[in-house]
Structure formats: C-alpha cells, structure tokens
Design a protein around this ligand. Structure first.
Ligand code: NCD
Length: 348
C-alpha cells in the first residue's frame, strides 16, 4: 500500500480520506454525535438540520449498503441527494479526468461521497474538490466509514458485555490482502491499547506487511494462526471478510473455495455462545464461496446487522461534523413525526 501523506484530523470543512485522521478524542466526538442522531436513524424522530444542503454521491464501483446508507443518512438529516453510479453513466466514460469531474460536481454540492476502484483515486478527487469529500472506498486501499462504524459497533457491543475494546482479542479471517475494510479497521484500532489480532487467511491472501507494521508500531499485537479454529478459539470477536474476487485473477480465486467459518467451527472452538460475530457484508452466499455461513445467524453474538444499522448513525455523524453542525443544532430541529415507522409492524 503506498504511504499516505499526513492528513489533518477530521473536522468541519475537511475531507475524510483515511482512518489516520482520527485519534481517540476525534473518535469520541464522532461516536457521541452518532448517539445524538440515534433517534432519527431509528425513526423515532425526524430532523431538518441539513435543510437546503445537497450531497453529490458518486459511486464508480458496485455498492449497496455503503451508497444507500450514506444517501439515507443525508436524507434523514433533511438534505437532498444527487447521485451517479458506474462509469457508463458518467462523463468519465467520455474520457473526463477525475480532476475535471470533481471540480464540476463540487460546484453542485455541499459535500461529496466518492467510491472508485483505484487506490489513491479518492484523494485525487479531493484535491480538485471545493467541498469536503468522504472516501467510500478506493480500490484495495481504505474504507474509513466502514472502519468507523465497525469500531463504533465493537465499542458498543463490548460495553454491553461490561468489557472494553482496549485489551480485546479480535480474530480477523478471510481475504486479508484485498479486503480494504480489514486494512482500515486494523489501522483505526491503533488508537486503542493492547489489542491482539489473531489472523487467518489462505496463504495467497495474507495481510499486507504495511498494515501489520502499523499495528506493531502502535503497540498492538498480530498473531498469525494456522487455522480459523486457532484464530477464533481465544477471541472475544471474530471479523470475517469476503474473498474480493473482483480484485484477483480467476486462477487465484479458484484456489480459495470451501468453508471459511460456520456454526460447527465456532462450536468446536467452544466460543459459539459468546463470540461477537462481525462482517462488513456483503456475504457471498453462493455454494463453496469461502465466506461466513448463514448458519451462524441464530447465535447470540451475531452483530452483522447491528453494523449495518449503526452505519446509518455513524455516517450521519460524519456529515454533521464535515458540515460544521453541533449536537445542539440537531436537537433544535428535531420533530415528532406524524407517520408510523414501527420496527414491529405486523407485516403479512
Ligand atoms: C465492503 C467493501 O466494499 O469494501 N463492503 C462494504 O462496503 N460494506 C466489503 C466487500 O465488498 O467485501
């Protein structure tokens, strides 16, 4: 992974390109703001704090939850969203440069969210933009918003069990080479103390040295394991990730088949009833896909849909900070909603 220039801490009017823009105080601010907007994300209240603001949402790589959660977050804060997906429907298909596209769309928007298949490309976008750019994933590089919502979920899930993220043991399994969510998460957790990462990946899909080095330099421990069983056996949390088929050759992909993690394995390791189970999603549910099996879905520690729900709150908080809104300005525009949005609708 190319070394990144030192970026300023994330705050009002700044781009969000990398998890390196957060220290412990910055994270606390973001997480507190995510708690403030929780009633809006959970559809108990509505709010108009971003009335009149426009988001430019540019996704040049496939996405379901990242795009929809960024866009829903902006809409639920009272803003408006404009969007373009894929290269085919954008002027990049006519040969327009990142710089020109960025300058143009930043003239239409108050903040941009950008996903692009090339590492470093979102930073190029940001350099030409006149408004804050939030990185929604740049190739195999970083995915800061995912790492932030993962860290929020980890903190809250461990808190609920009377434990702390400091000193926790986290098994990280799957495609650790191309899985950008794992790169960003391991780097972000450098702000915590005494974390042990127990890694397992197929031999060709190991964690880049630069990420492992980053963890070491910040006092966290990396343990390479020979099997998933060994990785999860002593862990508080398991974070599994999909094989990034689109970033590798067919030949390499054909070597990674079978089962990564399922209920039987967690039972064998003696952790099925306790371990917190995380995954950035999507899970590859095709036969032989080498991913997290859906047979873990009934286990008490399953947190994968808590991650997606928390993503909305954390992304709302990112917009509020980038656009200089205080928690009080959110509270001042909170309203009761006249429509019903019960989580427990009796559908049928
Ligand atoms: C991830 C991504 O796009 O990097 N998905 C996501 O944003 N939640 C993980 C993946 O595609 O495997």
């Amino acid at each position: 992974m190319p070394s990144q220039p030192t970026l300023p801490m994330f705050s009002a009017g700044r781009h969000l390109l990398s998890v390196s823009q957060f220290d412990r105080d910055g994270l606390e601010l973001l997480f507190d703001m995510a708690d403030v907007v929780a009633p809006i994300a959970e559809r108990r209240s509505v709010c108009t704090v971003l009335d009149g603001a426009v988001l430019g949402s540019l996704f040049f790589e496939p996405s379901t939850r990242t795009r929809l959660s960024f866009e829903s977050a902006f809409l639920r804060l009272g803003g408006e969203v404009t969007t373009t997906t894929g290269f085919t429907f954008s002027s990049m298909a006519k040969g327009e440069s990142i710089q020109d596209t960025s300058r143009v769309v930043s003239g239409y928007s108050d903040v941009l969210v950008v996903r692009h298949p090339d590492e470093g490309s979102v930073a190029e976008f940001a350099a030409a933009s006149t408004v804050p750019v939030l990185n929604a994933g740049d190739g195999a590089g970083e995915h800061p918003s995912q790492a932030l919502l993962d860290s929020y979920t980890l903190t809250r899930e461990l808190d609920a069990r009377g434990r702390s993220l400091d000193g926790a043991t986290i098994a990280v399994v799957g495609d650790l080479k191309y899985g950008r969510t794992v790169h960003s998460l391991i780097k972000l957790l450098s702000v915590n103390d005494g974390i042990t990462f127990r890694l397992f990946s197929p031999p060709s899909l190991g964690l880049p040295d630069s990420v492992a080095e980053h963890a070491h330099q910040h006092g966290n421990t990396i343990v390479e394991c020979r099997s998933v069983l060994e990785a999860v056996a002593e862990a508080d949390v398991v974070y599994a990730t999909r094989v990034q088929r689109e970033r590798m050759t067919e030949e390499l992909h054909s070597q990674v088949r079978g089962n990564l993690l399922n209920r039987e394995l967690l039972e064998q390791a003696g952790v099925a009833q306790d371990i917190i189970i995380m995954h950035p999603l999507p899970r590859d549910s095709r036969h032989d896909a080498y991913d997290l099996s859906s047979d873990v879905d009934g286990l008490p520690g399953l947190a994968i849909f808590k991650q997606t729900d928390n993503g909305l709150k954390v992304r709302m908080a990112m917009f509020l900070i980038a656009l200089g809104c205080s928690a009080d300005s959110v509270r001042a525009t909170l309203k009761q909603r006249p429509w019903r949005a019960d989580i427990d609708w009796e559908l049928g």
